[in-house]
Design a binder for this molecule. Structure first.
Ligand code: V47
Ligand code: SF4
Length: 367
């Protein structure tokens, strides 16, 4: 592949990518500023194909959101409720069991479990939650709780971060999703999610989790009030953490959806924003193996295009996504394996069904 760029500022970035050299903060800013989307996409695709050729990963997963009651009430969140508000819920163990059992005949490999900070639930609830899911689905990986929940659980248990992680691990926690970092920046924290842990605490927790042998993903919520420089700083912070811990599996850019939030005046992200977010991640995060195009947030057609802009993973079948759909996402609630594989093949890539840690699953006939 021999990318040609029409924005001459992309030339030095292409040269660095060819040499395998690290991009600077200025390069990151240029990536977001360029109008040469095709040139940028070709450079990101070059970096992607060096690592993954034509492979595009997906997982058979199921989301479980145990409660939407949350004391943080971030301004960008349409999902959270106060305890007495209509639509507020917190699942009992019986309801969790019933929810997981409803899909027991499907070959689910990963349970993605997150929820709000609900002060009516004790620490034992979380241990029971992990044990219940593990008992019903012993073969699936439990990917649960963001650093925000870990901070909260450590306060609930009163045992400190390390011991809390150790208890959760013993109960079945195997991996953690991204989420909760939003944009690692004080200005944005104070304006949009002042009650949530700040970037210093998020970084401290993610490092403790990695040091305890638990891999996590990382995300960035973009398309609200953040500047280009703040986006690039966020990516560089993650890159520095990865240099230190090597604990991140994948990065997922999360496109902000404003419907039903206190930021509902903000317009949706454009295809240009979404593709640049993927390309910037692939190029700046040179020490991350996997960049996900989260089809739930950017829609299935653009997620297909994103595979040629640096993404190598489409997340998964999902089954009943709540958080983005409450904020107005119009993508499907879930996809079958057949739909995932067709989506990948029709974008010109080879589907690889994986587990949570990117080990390929033996090839199976698609139902
Ligand atoms: O932490 C909340 C974000 C995150 C909105 O690790 C919103 O594999 C857009 O982290 N519009 C949860 N985004 C989702 C998440 C995730 C998703 C898929 C895969 C993985 C993974 C992680 O969603 C939250 C927050 O950053 N979010 N509200 C909204 N209105
Ligand atoms: Fe609560 Fe998470 Fe929503 Fe913030 S984003 S209000 S922490 S559920």
């Amino acid at each position: 592949m021999n990318p040609t760029v029409t924005d001459k500022r992309l030339g030095p970035i292409l040269a660095k990518v060819r040499q395998g050299s690290r991009l600077s903060k200025e390069d990151g800013i240029c990536i977001y500023q360029t109008q040469d989307l095709i040139g940028l996409g070709m450079i990101a695709n070059l970096a992607r194909s060096v690592r993954h050729g034509k492979k595009a990963y997906y997982v058979y997963n199921q989301h479980l959101n145990y409660t939407n009651i949350c004391k943080n009430r971030c301004r960008f969140c349409a999902y959270a409720r106060d305890r007495k508000e209509s639509g507020a819920y917190a699942w009992s163990m019986e309801e969790i069991e019933q929810y997981v059992m409803e899909r027991i005949d499907e070959p689910v490999d990963e349970l993605h479990i997150v929820g709000g900070l609900n002060e009516t639930l004790g620490f034992d609830y979380f241990i029971d939650l992990l044990k219940t899911v593990k008992r019903i689905r012993p073969e699936a990986t439990i990917k649960a709780f963001t650093c925000v929940e870990i901070d909260y659980l450590a306060r609930l248990s009163g045992l400190g971060i390390e011991q809390t992680i150790s208890l959760l691990k013993t109960a079945g926690l195997e991996m953690m999703p991204g989420g909760g970092a939003e944009v690692l920046n004080t200005r944005i924290h104070d304006l949009l999610f002042p009650k949530k842990i700040d970037h210093t605490r998020w970084i401290q927790i993610v490092k403790a989790v990695h040091n305890a042998g638990i891999k996590t993903n990382a995300t960035m919520l973009y398309g609200h009030i953040e500047t280009v420089e703040e986006r690039v700083d966020h990516l560089i912070t993650l890159r520095n953490i990865q240099d230190e811990t090597d604990g991140f599996c994948a990065f997922i850019p999360l496109a902000f959806h404003s419907k039903n939030t206190r930021l509902s005046h903000l317009p949706p992200t454009t295809a240009m924003d979404d593709l640049k977010a993927v390309a910037a991640a692939r190029l700046m995060l040179d020490n991350f193996d996997h960049i996900k195009a989260y089809w739930v947030m950017i829609g299935e057609p653009l997620a297909q295009v994103a595979l040629s802009f640096g993404a190598d993973d489409l997340d998964g079948t999902i089954i009943e996504e709540q958080i983005t759909h409450t904020a107005g996402a119009r993508s499907a609630r879930g996809l079958t394996r057949d739909q995932m594989e067709t989506m990948i093949r029709r974008a010109g890539f080879e589907p690889v069904q994986r587990d949570s840690f990117y080990n390929p699953k033996p090839v199976q006939a698609v139902e």
